[in-house]
Ligand binder design. Sequence first.
Ligand code: NDP
Ligand code: 8X3
Length: 250
Amino acid sequence: MNKIALVTGATSGIGKATAQILAKNKYKIILCGRREDRLTALAKELSEFTEIHTLSFDVRDKKAVFENINSLPETFSKIDVLINNAGNAHGLDSIQNGNLDDWDAMIDINVKGLLYVSKAIIPRMIEQKSGHIINIGSIAGKEVYLNGNVYCASKHAVDALNQAMRMDLNPYGIRVGAIHPGAVETEFSEVRFKGDTDRAASVYKGFKALQPEDIADIIHFVVSRPYHVNIADLIVFPTAQASPTILNRS
Ligand code: NDP
Ligand code: 8X3
């Protein structure tokens, strides 16, 4: 029987590329995100390869998270793989100049949203005594950089939760692991810089950044290992990057 994967943040970037590669490898996919037009377009594209179900909700809205996941039809109810990917940075300011709404967004989406979605799905995995959770962290969850403060804190929380989930879910045969990318060229910087496309583009100038498909390919590798193999923690940089701020730009 084909495995079922639920991908949060499937409307863009890493999540979209992950849905694409998993669909082509015959996973049934539950696509999640807020932008319904994008969910519909991607569902149409991927239905050539597999069965698709879409769920449109904001991960900050805990009622919506549980209602949507509990509404899954029987044919999509056994979730084998959860990709906790939805998230963004909002702003890049010093702690003294930080914007409170940006702070709320990062903590509420990257940390609490990940927790709500996990809490809605984990009981199913416990009942199944199987499942695989991939948490998308960041190099910002391993190192802190200037003005990265709250985004880095949110991704350090993802790193801690990844380790904690692996411990707590160990008795149930559930695999838990994280992937921590460096710079990936997605809409991430456009969101961080609130639609300033020039500033966003400058983040990826002068070096070859990771592409969303590079991370998706690794996610597919991770989920397709034999059941006794759990890739617990993986940092992935573009070759030109050595730390959040050390970049070999031409
Ligand atoms: P994108 O901006 O391209 O994609 C972000 C995705 O998250 C979108 O699908 C968006 O969907 C979803 N999302 C954002 N906010 C919410 C919300 N409140 N509720 C539901 N979904 C939401 O960025 P990336 O693909 O780069 O980011 C994916 C993950 O990778 C994030 O966790 C990010 O922190 C992480 N990451 C990114 C790196 C990079 O350099 N790009 C590096 C390291 C980690 P919608 O707006 O439709 O809801
Ligand atoms: C995204 C990578 O270095 O901008 O998580 O924080 S970074």
